[in-house]
Ligand binder design. Structure first.
Ligand code: HEM
Ligand SMILES: *[C@@H]1O[C@H](CO)[C@@H](O)[C@H](O)[C@H]1NC(C)=O
Ligand SMILES: *[C@@H]1O[C@H](CO)[C@@H](O)[C@H](O)[C@H]1NC(C)=O
Ligand SMILES: *[C@@H]1O[C@H](CO)[C@@H](O)[C@H](O)[C@H]1NC(C)=O
Ligand SMILES: *[C@@H]1O[C@H](CO)[C@@H](O)[C@H](O)[C@H]1NC(C)=O
Ligand SMILES: *[C@@H]1O[C@H](CO)[C@@H](O)[C@H](O)[C@H]1NC(C)=O
Length: 322
């Protein structure tokens, strides 16, 4: 009997260990705000829903913002901080191109400060907003582990640590492995490129002066390359010019993977997923099954949004340290 009990107890512990993610010295948990701020999720959902009906580019922006936050200093809301007189923040660093919709996080945070002041971290608001962005765009849903703390450091120079769109498979794998993310995470999370828009500069390398023998990356579908070159001529002067990430830019679906197999992805880093047998197999699986993609994406988002940060506080205004 005693043996049975302890077996039961250790099973519970195991389940607890599997459902809570170690985050700095705190474990994240899905019910972190159950008593502290029970309506946190519905508040964030309502704000994201309203914002995206006014501006269809909001979901893509929130998802990419969460990725940038988590890949630099862990998920600590550092991407949300404004620059100050002394400091140029992440959001003003070079790969900030197209980071936008910070106002949505501000609106959610303001609504939360009204009902539970000083309780919900900006990093948690961002993780919830990114999940909502995906779900409300037709993608999967998942339970977001909560209890992150906000960091006080945000440096433009740290954005060099983000993977670049010119990366090859080895470089991508290393960038993800540094954050304890696997090849499966890399492929699933690259599927985030089912939403949104890219500027010409991010895929310029593939469509002009690719290498010594090819002006255009030969792995690009030829007619797709022609259309990209029309939107983005060699000496493009239209700063807003670019292309949608896939054919269904406001719908979270598996079109990105189908197009990738046809040579119709934008970045070298997307194409690179086909250069390794294991990751190519996953691309094929996700191209064939939106359900398999949705399930894998949700699982990998939980892992990405659990990258430990060094946050120490709960900010009142997500743009300023306390
Ligand atoms: C694997 C490494 C990755 C690279 C190299 C990469 C690179 C980029 C680049 C260069 C852009 C376009 C920026 C511009 O020109 O405007 C972009 C857009 C985007 N990325 Fe990624 N990304 C990666 C992973 C991710 C991940 C993990 C996510 C989220 C799960 C994500 C979500 C997005 C979204 C949603 C956009 C569109 C943003 C918008 O329309 O506002 N990316 N990415
Ligand atoms: C942060 O920066 C934005 C954009 O420059 C500005 O509109 C906003 O007022 C700033 N907020 C704070 C609190 O400094
Ligand atoms: C900015 O610099 C001033 C003067 O050197 C210093 O007093 C202040 O604490 C600094 N602020 C931050 C946020 O580092
Ligand atoms: C991106 O950084 C540039 C400077 O590098 C800055 O002028 C611009 O405002 C930033 N964009 C956003 C959306 O923060
Ligand atoms: C990937 O890029 C790195 C850095 O440019 C380079 O050293 C390496 O040889 C490349 N790997 C492959 C397999 O092309
Ligand atoms: C250019 O890239 C293609 C495709 O990756 C490759 O076959 C070719 O050898 C490269 N040429 C040079 C000069 O590097």
């Amino acid at each position: 009997m005693a043996q049975n009990l302890s077996f039961f107890a250790s099973s519970i512990l195991l389940v607890a260990a599997m459902t809570s993610f170690i985050h700095g010295c705190h474990a994240l948990s899905s019910d972190y705000y159950a008593k502290l701020c029970p309506h946190v999720e519905s508040v964030v959902t309502a704000v994201v829903k309203k914002a995206m009906t006014n501006d269809r580019t909001v979901p893509a922006a929130l998802l990419r913002m969460n990725f940038h936050d988590c890949f630099i200093r862990g998920c600590d809301g550092s991407v949300l901080l404004n620059s100050t007189k002394n400091n140029t923040a992440e959001k003003d660093g070079p790969p900030n191109i197209s980071l936008h919709a910070f106002y949505v996080i501000d609106l959610a945070k303001e609504a939360l400060e009204d009902i539970c002041p000083g309780v919900v971290s900006c990093a948690d608001v961002l993780a919830l907003a990114a999940r909502e962005a995906v779900t409300l765009s037709g993608g999967p849903t998942w339970v977001v582990p909560l209890g992150r703390k906000d960091g006080r450091i945000s440096r433009a120079s740290d954005t060099r640590q983000l993977p670049a769109p010119t990366f090859n498979f080895t470089q991508l794998k290393l960038s993800f492995a540094r954050r304890r993310l696997s090849t499966a995470d890399l492929v699933a999370l690259s599927g985030g490129h089912t939403l949104g828009f890219s500027h010409c500069s991010s895929f310029q390398n593939r469509i002009h002066s690719f290498n010594g023998s090819h002006d255009v990356d030969p792995s690009l579908n030829p007619s797709f390359a022609v259309s990209l070159r029309q939107s983005c001529p060699a000496h493009n002067k239209v700063r807003s010019a670019g292309a949608t990430m896939d054919s269904t830019t406001t719908t979270f679906d598996n079109a990105y993977f189908k197009l990738l197999l046809q040579g119709k992805s934008l970045f070298s880093s997307d194409q690179a997923l086909l250069t390794h047998p294991g990751s190519k197999q996953l691309v094929e699986k996700f191209a064939g099954s939106p359900e398999a993609f949705g399930k894998a994406f949700a699982k990998s988002m939980i892992r990405m949004s659990s990258i430990p940060g060094t946050g120490v506080e709960v900010r009142r205004d997500c743009r300023v340290v306390r």
